[in-house]
Design a protein around this ligand. Sequence first.
Ligand code: SF4
Length: 495
Amino acid sequence: MVGGIVEALALVFVFVVGVAVLAAVVLFAIDRTQTADAIRRNYPVIGRFRSLFTSLGEFFRQYFFAMDREELPFNRAQRDWIKHAGEGKGNTVAFGSTRNIAIPGTPVFVNAAFPPLDDQYASSEPLVIGPGAREPYEATSIFNLSGMSYGAISKPAVQALSRGCKAAGCWMNTGEGGLSPYHLEGGCDIVFQMGTAKFGVRDDDGNLDEDKLRAVAAHREVKMIEIKLAQGAKPGKGGILPAAKISPEIAAIRHIPLGRDGISPNRHAEVDDWGDLLDFVGRVREITGLPTGIKTVYGGHAEYRELFELILERGEDSAPDFITLDGGEGGTGASPMPLMDLVGVTIREALPKVSALRDDMGLKDRIRLIASGKLVNPGDVAWAMCAGADFVTSARGFMFSLGCIQAMKCNKNTCPTGITTHDPRFQKGLVVEDKWQRVAHYVQSITKDLEVIAHSVGVSEPRLMRRRHVRIVQPDGSSVPLNELYPRYNVMTGT
Ligand code: SF4
């Protein structure tokens, strides 16, 4: 009996080895004779392991090899902070910081010698946007959800975000893909984003359909309209939603035909210059009665100076109610690599420049500044407050709170966490009942820790933090206050 089993195993072993040898011989012949891959031609069979390890490395690097603070776009320390915040766990750490504060560009906040007592603890206050609109918006949260379209992200992701934002008291931006029933489901405040294709509010030729826009604005949850000119991940380029990803439901929400790619032009056809833009902002505000602003990427000082001068010339009523300033480091589902890597000034440079210009031209109380671009942790938000932002938005921070593992396959339909896929097999992993609470905890933790920093700095509200409250580490290891790095703009001399 035992002898029979040993004999069978030996036969299986010989068979497996035989098949392996045969396969190696065939692969050797294929590799040696093919001409497309030099490594495989010179190192047949073995050369194949190179591409295997390269693709496996993408997945395993973050677990076994990368240090806590070294990955991009977000490192493990940043992701873990969000994970713990979402789980409602405290984010206290033991022994000492793993952050290397000698790295140039690191912000270091300046503690007050005599901070307010604990019963005078810093707390965030609501702030009105668009006081001149028929329905001004009193926004309660400093930290809010940036634009992510239904279609780019899944139905359960939108549902969890909507419910989480409601619980946290922050707004949710629809992204340019139109307003879906899932955005409305949780009852949170909504910013409707109008992209260049005007998805959801367009006629058959892609022009603005005023009745459709009026219908969107009639939802009581919709509080503001954001006209998107550009986004940091792909300034100057519109998007394409492939026909294959356009379901009948998405086609109906966006008001586009089935069976054809959904193309976003690279800019709004009716907006050629700042004058046109102010006209368009005024038209949208008049139709909707809601605060109306723009989303754009900083492209240079002269451009913004021209915009603010034109506003002063026409009168403050003509101004956009807010400007969402997106840094070149912003992310997206899919973008050409040169645009993602190389185009668009970072928020760390753009925000202090634009806020200084706005403030010095007397428009601080008229135009709210909303900053976005990899601002996902409390320190990032606190820096933005010091640099002049009134609000901060993030998309990827919220994705991490939903469970994103930074697999970076958002442009495929294979997101392993169900966030950016329409495949029900993967969506099953995203349980709305659990995730909305993580979203809410994340926003609440950001706010709480932002207030901790504000309190330590010695102010009673995070928006009272100023440039002098943050110092930026320089290449020689010393630090310089932000107000020295970015001195205020002088309106009188134009310098
Ligand atoms: S898990 Fe990966 S594919 Fe899914 S949202 Fe996160 S980065 Fe994108």
